[in-house]
Write a protein that binds this ligand. Structure first.
Ligand SMILES: *Cc1c(COP(=O)(O)O)cnc(C)c1O
Length: 391
């Protein structure tokens, strides 16, 4: 079946009592069994019958199945936020004395999770320049649990050649874990480029109009420790499984994911191009522009689309604040890939907790505004930015 057909025709494991065409929301903490034997089988993982919604729920399982069919993964786990998915993945792969090799150019909370939270439990994080393959090879040793990266860093928009990176990781039998939030799995098959495990904030493109928080672990089955640990230990012990209401919303979100992504990525490209012509805009950073440093590698990996986020630089911080204050249509908000366009000044918000010197090391500039582009008309978005700059 074609992907677009699969997207709307996922079959549930059991026929619905009323023939419901949408997977119902099974709003129940626990599930009953006909006898002791079937209960024992379910608890041992010999059957898929749901037991308790901290670890399994039919509505969430259906959402996971839809992601599994579309990504081609072996296992999919849904969590109640992107951070929960990242945290549980790292807890499954690491232990005290192990290390993670990654870049300092990561989502801020992920940096803090690795450095502060996991650091307290004896996991070391080695921040290297992932664009420097030799530095990566040197950082990996026998205690390396994984190499972790974001496929397009935020807000720097750097793109690593995944094939090169995975070759280095696999030479040392280390899994390559990628946060693929920024390009959805309907557009880009990470496994084809050597990624072993994907983590995704489904809060973003997948939720469908920013309805709900969610996270996914998409596991291609190359490192079985991940499945065992998530399925039989962490889901039970951590309690951050997706809730059925959210799974319902995000299951429906996936039905329009590819459509929304194409419109939003197309809008981002058109708008970024128009903004390069505006004299007040000193720089437009978007992988879709042909003079962007990462244009070729991004084109090769992401099938000619570049996501729906870009940044612009103005002369100074005050001009950034003025532009943001003067916006009439574009919302002043964090988050990414809502159907509505959003603007934020990363240095004073998402990265405000970092010292100025740390921000400079991460290339998070005071002169940068980040835009997440929605489904509006490009002309309306452009007019809004221009009136905001010139007011
Ligand atoms: C938003 C985001 C996260 C965190 O996801 P939540 O769903 O907000 O917990 C992680 N990584 C990236 C790249 C993100 O954009």
């Amino acid at each position: 079946m074609n992907k677009q057909t699969k997207t709307v025709h996922t079959k549930s494991a059991l026929p619905d009592a009323y023939g419901a065409l949408n997977m119902p929301v099974y709003h129940s903490a626990a599930f009953g069994f006909p006898n002791a034997k079937s209960m024992a089988d379910a608890f041992a993982g010999r059957t898929d019958s749901p037991t308790y919604s901290r670890v399994s729920n039919p509505t969430v399982t259906f959402f996971e199945k839809r992601v599994k069919e579309l990504s081609g993964a072996q296992n999919v786990f849904a969590f109640n936020s992107g951070m929960a998915a990242i945290c549980c993945t790292m807890m499954a792969l690491t232990a005290s004395g192990k290390n993670i090799v990654t870049s300092a150019h990561l989502f801020g909370n992920t940096v803090s999770l690795l450095k502060n939270t996991l650091g307290r439990f004896g996991v070391e994080t080695r921040f290297v320049d992932l664009l420097d393959i030799e530095a990566v090879a040197n950082a990996i040793d026998e205690n390396t649990a994984c190499v972790f990266l974001e496929i397009i860093t935020n807000p720097q928009l750097e793109v690593v050649d995944l094939q090169c990176l995975s070759t280095v990781a696999h030479q040392k039998n280390v899994p390559l874990v990628a946060d693929t939030t920024i390009i959805p799995f309907t557009q880009f098959c990470a496994c084809d480029f050597g990624v072993d495990i994907e983590v995704v904030s489904s809060t973003k493109y997948i939720s469908g109009g920013a309805t709900s928080l969610g996270g996914l672990v998409i596991d291609y089955g190359h490192f079985p420790q991940l499945y065992r640990s998530l399925k039989f230990e962490l889901l039970y012990n951590i309690g951050s499984y997706m809730t059925p209401q959210v799974a319902f919303m995000q299951t429906n979100g996936i039905e329009t994911l590819d459509l929304r992504y194409r419109i939003q990525a197309g809008n981002a490209l058109a708008l970024a191009k128009k903004l390069t012509q505006v004299p007040e805009v000193k720089r437009v950073n978007y992988n879709g522009l042909s003079d962007n440093k990462y244009h070729d590698v991004a084109t090769r990996q992401f099938g000619g689309t570049y996501g729906a986020m870009f940044t612009i630089d103005l002369e100074d911080k005050q001009k950034c604040f003025d532009l943001i204050d003067n916006l009439r249509l574009i919302h002043r908000a964090t988050n990414l890939f809502d159907s509505k366009s959003l603007a934020i000044h990363p240095a004073s918000t998402i990265f405000a907790a970092f010292a100025g010197s740390q921000r400079r090391a991460m290339d998070v500039r005071d002169t940068t505004i980040r835009f997440s582009i929605g489904m509006e008309s490009v002309d309306d978005l452009f007019d809004d930015i221009i009136q905001a700059i010139r007011k």
